[in-house]
Design a protein around this ligand. Structure first.
Ligand code: SF4
Length: 199
């Protein structure tokens, strides 16, 4: 078993006390993230929303419930298969997009999480995660479901669950993208992984 829990705990304390950008002035909670610290998949979202800011947990509103359903259909659970984090750890007021400056100031926290958790697969949830992880030349409408190399790891962009709630017609393509994630997980993380919903 790995032996990095003290380092993760130290990082968690630093993040929870971070005041490096103005979002610290309006937040209720800093959202460190949650899941398995040894997960093969790191899910990267955009930023906490209202529900997350209130509860101090990532993806707990309607988007989070939809995300949990999709993960379950792939045979994944939050506790065992994934860790969930965001590009920025504090809620932008009014759920606006995080600015480029906020994202770049907060990014070193995510970088340290990636290095410590060491996931084989990064799943980029939506355009903001794709932009800040892969660069401004990528487009979620064009590049969702594709395998991208980011920092020598496999990354797969998918539509953000909030986008699926706004436009349910995206769900069909998104399910195909999650099948890509499922098969890559079986290939490089656990050959015995199974879902009754995917052949
Ligand atoms: S958004 Fe990130 S950089 Fe800004 S205060 Fe929160 S944790 Fe710190």
């Amino acid at each position: 078993m790995f032996n990095f829990l003290p380092e993760i705990e130290a990082l968690r304390n630093k993040i929870l006390n971070c005041r490096k950008c103005n979002l610290c002035k309006t937040r209720n909670h800093v959202i460190f993230g949650e899941g398995n610290l040894h997960a093969g998949i790191l899910l990267i979202g955009e930023a906490p929303g209202r529900d997350e800011d209130i509860q101090g947990r990532p993806f707990v509103g309607l988007s989070g419930q939809l995300l949990d359903k999709i993960l379950a259909a792939c045979g994944f659970t939050r506790d065992k298969h994934v860790f969930i984090s965001n590009i920025v750890k504090c809620r932008p007021p009014g759920n606006r997009l995080p600015s480029d400056k906020e994202a770049s100031v907060c990014m070193p926290w995510l970088t340290q999480q990636i290095e410590m958790i060491n996931p084989q697969i990064l799943v980029l949830l939506g355009a903001t995660a794709l932009k800040h992880m892969a660069g401004p030349n990528y487009r979620i409408t064009r590049d969702h479901g594709k395998l991208i190399n980011i920092r020598n790891r496999i990354a797969i962009p998918v539509y953000h669950p909030a986008a699926l709630l706004r436009d349910p017609s995206l769900k069909r393509n998104t399910w195909e993208d999650y099948k890509v994630i499922f098969h890559k997980y079986r290939e490089i993380v656990d050959t015995n992984h199974h879902s009754p919903h995917i052949q």
